[in-house]
Ligand binder design. Structure first.
Ligand SMILES: Cc1ncc(COP(=O)(O)O)c(C=O)c1O
Ligand SMILES: N[C@@H](CCOP(=O)(O)O)C(=O)O
Length: 513
């Protein structure tokens, strides 16, 4: 039996058709340009949450959550468990996403959720190790017993501001019937991020360094998905958080860390999430809507603050003026996943609770964004958003000051070193702790990357401390070796969709897969 939360529809569709989990994972982006969502969010009772789920391991919890969104017919229990076990066996931490509790001592209840213990040292591994195995699983089923020339092949095309790219590559390298093309903005990712992506020798992987911004790369990827001809020739697949499986896999750590922080009690918890494309925090929104009693989800942005401005003004505005900040993976002005949230806000606001009408409204907003460069939502929509979210904007100077402050003041462990994205979140968290002045609240601040990935920002903040050494205190052995490996980069001189498509087809021919 398929339940209501195991079928999907596009955020822009006003037609009754729905899709299966497999269809949305393989297709990535809906053909009308919208994103896939489950119109019904499953509900988990407080009884199940606190007497059952709070006692589960990360992997068992992931299974319980995913089961609600994936029908048995599509992935039977044993296969889903196996996919989960294999995906998290590559992590360096046995509990996958450990929580550093009370980092600043007992008074603040400030807990840091370390999401960087996967193969590429960023939170993206949590979802992309799983998505890589999921692509392989579905392809193996489809291609079983087919001769080579009839096998279905997927061409993954993704955009990265630094972390998604390497996590996708490590999730998909060497996988049969899959080729991977990752676009990144030339000169706007850190040297280690570039080394991680470009030193992978597998034949099925190619990085494309594009002259432009991350938003340009993301626009090209979306245009490629919208190109019916190209798509039917190459079966384009998505690894960005437009792919629903990314959001699904990220839900687990909201539940898991909540139970770790509160000891399994239903205490008040705020999650603070360094945000760019809005995929990470959206997983928290689903956890909250499923019944986890989250007090608030706090969007922490750097100086590229479209989300913060939207919550304050109700106007979502396209702009080309992306600032290069100390947290470059969040240098994003168009946050893909915001569209998913807007669909639910439109839906909740309709007294008829009509999914088709919600699709219509969402479509109108995004057509306006395309034609006029902005759209404005009603006050009630913003009021709806503010029930679940608040936002904080953090400057470069505050980011540096937070890395320093944590190094000086942390107690468990001492001299805790933050990456600049995590520092944006921790700065926002410290602000809230001061303004809330409520010792019963727990704060879980998401640590989205290992500091080794952002040497310049970390060294700028800490170089003046005589006992600090990046090589000794921060850089893992595994990352030290990357500098000696050969790099495979293809430069794309202009952020142009046609040019990128041509390059992909040339490279695909060379791969000969
Ligand atoms: C290190 C890091 N932190 C935060 C973010 C923002 O996450 P999201 O795009 O899901 O909002 C990203 C990139 O997405 C990232 O790479
Ligand atoms: N910060 C990301 C940008 C892409 O976001 P995604 O979550 O939609 O893949 C990156 O590091 O690439």
């Amino acid at each position: 039996m398929v339940t209501a939360s195991q079928v999907y529809r596009s955020t822009r569709s006003s037609a009754p058709e729905t899709k299966s989990f497999e269809e949305v994972v393989i297709q990535g982006l809906a053909s009308d340009g919208g994103l896939f969502i489950p119109p019904t969010i499953p509900q988990v009772s407080q009884e199940i949450l606190f007497s059952k789920w709070s006692k589960l391991s990360f992997q068992d919890l992931a299974f319980e959550i995913m089961r609600l969104y994936v029908a048995q017919d599509e992935i039977p229990d044993a296969d889903l468990k196996d996919l989960i076990q294999r995906s998290y066996s590559t992590f360096r931490a046995s509990d996958v996403t450990p929580l550093a509790k009370n980092v600043t001592g007992d008074k603040e209840n400030l807990h840091i959720l370390e999401l960087f213990h996967g193969p590429t040292y960023a939170f993206k591994d949590v979802a992309l190790q799983f998505l890589g195995n999921l692509f392989e699983y579905f392809l193996q089923k489809t291609n079983k017993d087919l001769p080579q020339e009839q096998r279905k092949k997927i061409t993954v095309v993704g955009a990265t501001s630094g972390d998604t790219g390497s996590a996708a590559i490590y999730g998909l390298r060497g996988k049969k019937d899959i080729s991977v093309f990752i676009l990144y903005p030339t000169g706007r990712i850190s040297p280690i991020q570039e080394e991680q992506m470009t030193t992978v020798p597998d034949k099925n992987v190619q990085t494309l360094s594009v002259k432009g911004t991350f938003d340009n790369c993301q626009d090209i990827v979306k245009a490629i998905f919208g190109d019916k001809d190209f798509n039917s020739r190459h079966n384009v697949g998505a690894v960005n958080s437009i792919n629903w499986a990314r959001i699904l896999a990220q839900m687990t750590y909201y539940f898991y860390s909540y139970f770790q922080a509160t000891g399994g009690e239903a205490d008040k918890v705020k999650f603070v999430v360094p945000s760019g494309n809005f995929g990470d925090i959206l997983a928290g929104y689903f956890a909250k809507k499923m019944g986890l009693p989250i007090e608030k989800l706090v969007i922490a942005t750097n100086e590229n603050d479209i989300l913060d401005r939207f919550l304050k003004s109700g106007t979502y505005e396209r702009s080309d003026k992306v600032a290069a900040t100390l947290s470059p993976a969040m240098d994003i002005l168009i946050s893909s996943n915001f569209e998913r949230l807007l669909w639910y806000l439109a839906y909740e606001n309709l007294t008829s609770h009509d999914a088709l009408k919600a699709g219509d409204i969402c479509n109108t907003w995004f057509q306006e964004l395309k034609t006029k460069g902005s759209f404005t939502v009603d006050k009630v929509v913003i009021e709806g958003a503010l029930k679940d979210f608040s936002s904080e904007r953090v400057s470069n100077a505050e980011t540096t000051a937070t890395i320093k402050k944590m190094y000086q003041d942390s107690q468990r462990p001492e001299k805790y070193i933050l990456d600049p994205h995590t520092a944006v979140g921790v700065c926002a968290t410290e602000r809230l702790i001061a303004s809330d002045d409520d010792s019963s609240l727990h704060y879980i601040s998401l640590s989205t990357a290992h500091p080794a990935k952002f040497a310049d920002a970390v060294n700028d903040a800490l170089a003046s401390y005589s006992d600090y050494s990046f090589e000794k205190d921060v850089l893992p052995e595994e990352l030290k070796k990357l500098g000696n490996l050969e790099k495979k980069i293809k430069l794309v001189e202009k952020a142009d969709t046609e040019l990128v498509k041509t390059v992909i087809e040339e490279e695909l021919a060379k791969m000969g897969l």
